[in-house]
Write a protein that binds this ligand. Structure first.
Ligand SMILES: Nc1nc2c(ncn2[C@@H]2O[C@H](COP(=O)(O)OP(=O)(O)OP(=O)(O)O)[C@@H](O)[C@H]2O)c(=O)[nH]1
Ligand SMILES: [Mg+2]
Length: 337
């Protein structure tokens, strides 16, 4: 057994650090007193309380994020909006998902209410990381690991239809989007973008504040879109939301006016460079997980949700895809729609 395998264990039988890489109590691994020790044996009494072997039982879903295959079932079952949340590392993609869930915990967002989710545990985990209640001095979200895209699921009510509407929020490590932009030779395989109703492109407000970093960020963002266009991932008439994140860092700073004006310029530049790619382009400003108490968690996320609820318009005859997506997920549509 390697050293890593030896330490990826915990004395707490409820901790799944070997699968998730995270402490169930929310501690940094090196600060958890139980991490690294062998799982404790159950006492006789605990064993007696375990479900009797052979007794009828129902296997419950783990309520973790969904794989591509699991998310495909959502698309078949109900009208669904696929929201691909795209942006460089640290731009705030996972925080946005956590911020939306937190807003729903306070009640309906505008006239949209929460109905159900099959990924509750995953939402709880990201929100726990994002809250200072996780006993850190400031909120800290774990970097999303590289690998296949994962989906968070929400059923919502009151989004302009009598039925529930399903939102499938796609989260992937920012490094992979950046990797596709840096090396276009390997092609892009992002089924969540091919099927997306709305591509949500995040622009890191903290980097945007600094004039040097802003320049690199701008070219990174444009190169990501260009790689998606070149890889034929944007043939679906997607709508585009360009989102300036972490505005708590911008508002009230000496460079506020400049930063907001430059963001507006970036959105115009995207419209200019990609005139026939998106059916709509809209811009948003959010603070999903502000670091100071001055701005409310989830600021601006309500407007984004209102935008997400609308579908991508049906494709015009002349715009039928030239390349059929490899993955079934990217081709699935609900018949009612
Ligand atoms: N000040 C401030 N910080 C934020 C906000 N939203 C997110 N952050 C911080 O930005 C960092 C990155 O956030 P993530 O949500 O993990 O970013 P990501 O885009 O998912 O990053 P990857 O998973 O690496 O691709 C974290 O430290 C967050 O706490 C915000 O509204 N304001
Ligand atoms: Mg992430």
């Amino acid at each position: 057994m390697s050293n890593e395998e030896l330490t990826l264990q915990c004395a707490n039988p409820e901790c799944r650090v070997s699968e998730t890489g995270r402490c169930v109590e929310g501690f940094e691994l090196e600060k958890c007193l139980q991490y690294g020790s062998e799982p404790e044996e159950l006492t006789e009494e605990e064993e007696a309380n375990e479900v009797e072997a052979g007794a009828p039982c129902v296997q419950l879903r783990s309520a973790e994020t969904l794989s591509l295959e699991e998310a495909s079932k959502l698309l078949r079952a109900a009208p669904t909006r696929v929201i691909a949340i795209v942006g460089p590392s640290d731009s705030g993609k996972t925080s946005l998902i956590a911020g939306l869930y937190e807003l729903f915990q306070e009640g309906p967002i505008g006239d949209i209410s929460f109905s159900r989710s099959v990924t509750l545990h995953a939402f709880e985990q990201t929100c726990h990381d994002a809250r200072s209640a996780s006993r850190r001095t400031s909120p800290h979200i774990h970097r999303t690991r590289r690998g296949e895209v994962r989906f968070y699921h929400l059923d919502i009510l009151g989004a302009g239809t009598q039925k529930t509407l399903t939102l499938a929020l796609a989260d992937r490590a920012g490094e992979e989007y950046k990797g596709a932009a840096d090396d276009t030779s390997s092609g892009v395989d992002f089924p969540e973008i091919q099927r997306a109703d709305t591509l949500t492109l995040l622009v890191d407000g903290q980097r945007h504040l600094d004039s040097g970093a802003r320049h690199n960020l701008r070219s990174e963002i444009i190169m990501i879109i260009q790689a998606l266009v070149d890889g034929c991932a944007l043939q679906n008439g997607q709508r585009l939301a360009v989102v300036l994140t972490k505005i708590d860092q911008i508002m009230g700073s000496a460079n506020e006016e400049r930063a907001l004006a430059e963001f507006s310029k970036l959105v115009n530049k995207i419209s200019e460079l990609f005139p026939n790619i998106f059916t709509t382009i809209a811009s948003f400003e959010i603070a999903a997980s502000p670091k100071s108490g001055e701005m409310k968690r989830g600021t601006g996320v309500d407007k984004l949700l209102d935008f997400w609820k609308d579908p991508a318009p049906p494709l015009a005859e002349s715009a039928i895809m030239t390349i059929s997506p490899k993955r079934a997920f990217a081709r699935l549509r609900h018949l009612d729609e």
